[in-house]
Design a protein around this ligand. Structure first.
Ligand SMILES: [Zn+2]
Ligand SMILES: [Zn+2]
Length: 445
């Protein structure tokens, strides 16, 4: 079981084949551009593979009861009956009987594939027709196996031919899995590929073979009980029993693929199990968290800048951007952003945070003062209330020069005088500012 790279205690739900990173749902992007069910990587923006499900499902040998119930639905039963009826044509039109095989083979492979993708329901009956190249591929696989045994008997002797034959038989389930998932004939007859599949599954593969053997012998037993007098009814019943077991077996193959998907390098494209979709701002925050943990600071800053300018009232975004700017000591961007950050603190009733924010900014930009006169006065007032008189004076110093003709000059210098009165060494200057303020009040009235 793998864990999220960014949350080591959280189980990973996705993996990025491009970045080779496993991530949890929080650290993955439910991209709307890729379609409603797709999830993509925050770093490379490419679709992620789902890891979910294989650990949640009990192993295939504990699901045998359910496996026998798998074909008990109208679609599978219809396929079983249809294929069995077609097999009766063996009596009068042997060529037609091949369609019986085509339909049940195609449908069984569909069951394998659907199960491998984590679907619990058997596929639709329509899946039994169309695109029957699969049957030809299966035929080709069987022919290859027969030829392999035949030529090893001629050139390598009986013993080796027997070994080849046994391997072909034992590898048949692996071959069906490769064929259903890769749909690649050359892979399906490649002994190395088959060995690799068997090795990835390990001992449970032997268990699977055992289950198949028991099932085949029960088919024999049932057929024996039905009777072998070649009557139409008996043939129909026997065919139905075999078809039923074939679907169960291919469903089991699918369960094996699903269970060992990671080892087999096969990933299910499962729909996102997210009940409530995240808000865009929350997705952005999750994305930035990933970028920061990856050390992609400039990308994270750019993302923050874009998000905060389009969503300037979103407290978490703005706060996050500010913290990152401080942590990275980004002088230039911090200078551009600090005014709106302080404004947001005031808008959100977080006056108590302004003092420490100002201190953090001034640790990086010692000469920092807000650009807007109104904001500068508000900060000075807060500093005065806190008793930080010298800092308030610093904010208001030279106000009339910077904001010529501003209607706020009187207010600024009244406040300035109040602060100066509190600083013993500067007390004497207070009266000068009061006069100044009065002059502006007179002027403006
Ligand atoms: Zn995570
Ligand atoms: Zn990626």
């Amino acid at each position: 079981m793998s864990h999220c790279k960014y949350h080591p205690l959280t189980k990973a739900q996705f993996t990025c084949p491009h970045c080779d990173i496993d991530s949890c749902q929080q650290c993955s992007h439910e991209s709307s551009e890729l379609g409603s069910d797709s999830v993509c990587c925050f770093i490379c923006k490419q679709p992620l593979h789902s890891l979910l499900g294989s650990e949640e499902m009990p192993p295939f040998w504990r699901q045998l009861n359910n496996a026998f119930r798998y074909p008990l639905n109208q679609h599978s039963i219809a396929v079983i009956v249809l294929s069995s009826l077609l097999s009766l044509s063996l009596y009068f039109m042997p060529l037609l009987a091949i369609f019986s095989l085509i339909i049940i083979t195609k449908y069984s492979f569909e069951c394998l594939e659907a199960t491998a993708h984590g679907k619990q329901q058997a596929p639709d009956i329509n899946r039994a027709y169309g695109g029957n190249i699969l049957f030809i591929k299966l035929l080709a696989v069987i022919l290859v196996a027969i030829f392999a045994v035949y030529y090893s008997a001629i050139y390598l002797g009986f013993g080796l031919a027997l070994a080849v034959g046994i391997f072909a038989l034992l590898a048949l389930p692996a071959c069906a899995m490769v064929l259903a998932i890769d749909d690649d004939l050359s892979e399906a007859i490649n002994p190395l590929k088959l060995l690799q599949v068997i090795a990835s599954i390990g001992l449970p593969y032997g268990l699977l073979l055992l289950i198949i053997m028991i099932m085949s012998s029960s088919v024999e037993l049932i057929n024996y009980m039905i009777g072998n007098d070649f009557s139409v009814i008996n043939l129909l019943l026997q065919s139905m029993v075999s078809n039923y077991y074939l679907i169960v077996i291919f469903h089991l193959f699918g369960l094996v693929v699903f269970q060992y998907q990671e080892a087999l390098g096969f990933y299910t494209e499962q729909p996102l199990k997210q009940t409530a979709k995240r808000l865009p701002a929350n997705i952005t925050l999750a994305e930035i968290e990933v970028l920061v943990k990856q050390g992609l600071y400039q990308q994270a800053l750019t993302r923050f800048q874009k998000a905060t300018s389009s969503n300037p009232q979103h407290y978490e975004l703005v706060e996050g951007y500010f913290r990152l700017l401080i942590a990275l000591e980004e002088k230039q961007r911090l200078g551009q952003f600090s005014d709106s950050y302080i404004q947001l603190l005031l808008d959100h009733g977080r006056q108590y945070q302004v003092g420490s924010a100002l201190a953090q900014i001034q640790a990086i930009i010692p000469e920092y003062r807000p650009n807007k006169p109104q904001l500068r006065i508000e900060i000075a007032q807060l500093l005065y209330d806190k008793g930080a008189f010298k800092d308030a004076v610093f904010q208001l110093n030279g106000f009339h020069q910077e904001y010529k003709n501003s209607p706020l000059i009187a207010q600024a210098y009244t406040l300035m005088a109040k602060n100066l009165l509190q600083i013993p060494s500067m007390k004497s200057q207070a009266s000068k500012y009061i006069q100044f303020a009065n002059k502006y009040i007179v002027n403006s009235t």
